[in-house]
Design a protein around this ligand. Structure first.
Ligand SMILES: [Zn+2]
Length: 197
């Protein structure tokens, strides 16, 4: 979706040539503030949580959505990354909110990027380990059901997101190649950050 008005000052946007392509700009020549619309980027995150039962059968954690879009559909737990948090913090927060389980990040398991019209969307998937909490048993406005499922059970689910299936299948079949988190010191007094390599 292209913006028609400046989100900073409300002025009508013109189309101008910036960095070799036409973009909506809040044109200072017409009294605008100089804002340039480079488009929208969204960052989502999902958590892969695998549990091995006493019978040795491996299962992956899925949630069933209770709200639109895709109400009734199944996915791995997760959500959008807030502007002031990192993706690895967001996934732990979202998994606890959606499933009741407290988890720890083991590493980066997957990445998906899609250039949708007006929204360049990234989705980062982490492999998580359960550290506590209890699996939610009651539905809430966001989540209809939560549970652990085998690969076979997932194959019978009509409304499992293909992305979630690919990731959960890779995790259950031990095909995940994990990028490990490393803490790196920041330069010039900036805080340390996590690098996945
Ligand atoms: Zn403006």
């Amino acid at each position: 979706m292209r913006m028609n008005f400046c989100p900073k000052c409300g002025h009508k946007l013109d189309i101008g040539l910036v960095a070799l392509r036409e973009r909506p700009i809040c044109n200072p020549a017409n009294g605008g503030c100089g804002f340039i619309d480079f488009g929208r980027y969204t960052l989502g995150t999902g958590g892969l949580v695998v549990q091995t039962g006493p019978d040795g059968v491996r299962k992956a954690l899925l949630i069933q959505r209770n709200e639109e879009p895709n109400r009734g559909g199944w996915t791995i737990p997760g959500g959008f990354v807030e502007f002031d948090e990192t993706a690895d913090a967001a996934v732990v927060r979202e998994v606890e909110e959606e499933t009741g389980l407290k988890t720890r990040n083991l590493g980066l398991a997957g990445y998906r990027n899609r250039a949708d019209p007006g929204d360049n969307s990234s989705y980062i998937v982490f492999l998580l380990e359960i550290t506590g909490g209890e699996l939610k048993t009651e539905p809430d406005p966001e989540i209809a059901q939560v549970g652990f499922f085998t690969l076979e059970e997932m194959q019978g689910m009509g409304r499992l997101a293909p992305l979630s299936y690919e990731l959960a299948a890779a995790a259950l079949e031990d095909r995940i190649q994990l990028f490990q988190p490393h803490t790196v010191r920041g330069l010039n007094g900036r805080p340390p950050f996590t690098l996945y390599i």
